[in-house]
Design a binder for this molecule. Structure first.
Ligand code: CMX
Length: 134
């Protein structure tokens, strides 16, 4: 069902402050910034081999990523696994007893369709299923 790790989401206070470490110190290929307005985040993507690092900056105080940082500070926010068929992957998760935050896919960054598993079902690691393209 899973084909690879698509990306690791990292919560940061400011993309401008975080980018030099990933792009310049670590030398990752910067693939651009986009806003995912529905989820109240600005996202910077950096390519690392087959996978990406996704830096997440909240765009308002009531953004879920802002709330996450209030509790935990900046750091790893979620792990995203790539799937070929997101509807089939959601159905399989639910059949196997997992609780989904998203029972229907929604739009993610860089043209993906995504669904989050509830952290209570994924042992505290926020887990995203992610299908590329539409
Ligand atoms: N890691 C672990 N636990 C987390 C978590 C995280 N990153 N984020 C939230 N939780 C926990 C909360 O602490 C809460 O636990 P309790 O019930 O024990 O208090 C529980 O999960 C529910 O969290 P919530 O925020 O109250 O619930 P919502 O249903 O409103 O939202 C979620 C859940 C995960 C979708 C939201 O918090 C979130 O993080 N949304 C942003 C998603 C995101 O990163 N979008 C941009 C990426 C797009 C892309 O990857 O393409």
């Amino acid at each position: 069902m899973l084909t690879k790790i698509n990306h690791i989401g990292i919560a940061v206070k400011s993309l401008d402050n975080a980018l030099p470490f990933y792009r310049d110190n670590l030398g990752m290929a910067f693939a651009g910034i986009e806003e995912v307005a529905e989820q109240k985040v600005r996202v910077a993507m950096l390519q690392i081999g087959e996978s990406m690092i996704e830096l997440l900056e909240p765009t308002s105080n009531d953004s879920p990523v802002a709330k996450f940082m209030e509790k935990n500070g900046p750091g790893i926010h979620h792990l995203a696994y790539e799937v070929e068929d997101i509807e089939a992957a959601i159905a399989k998760m639910m059949t196997e007893g997992a609780r989904m935050i998203d029972e229907q896919p929604r739009s993610g960054a860089h043209g993906t369709r995504i669904a989050f598993v509830h952290p209570k079902s994924s042992l505290g690691v926020l887990t995203e299923l992610c299908q590329c393209g539409h």
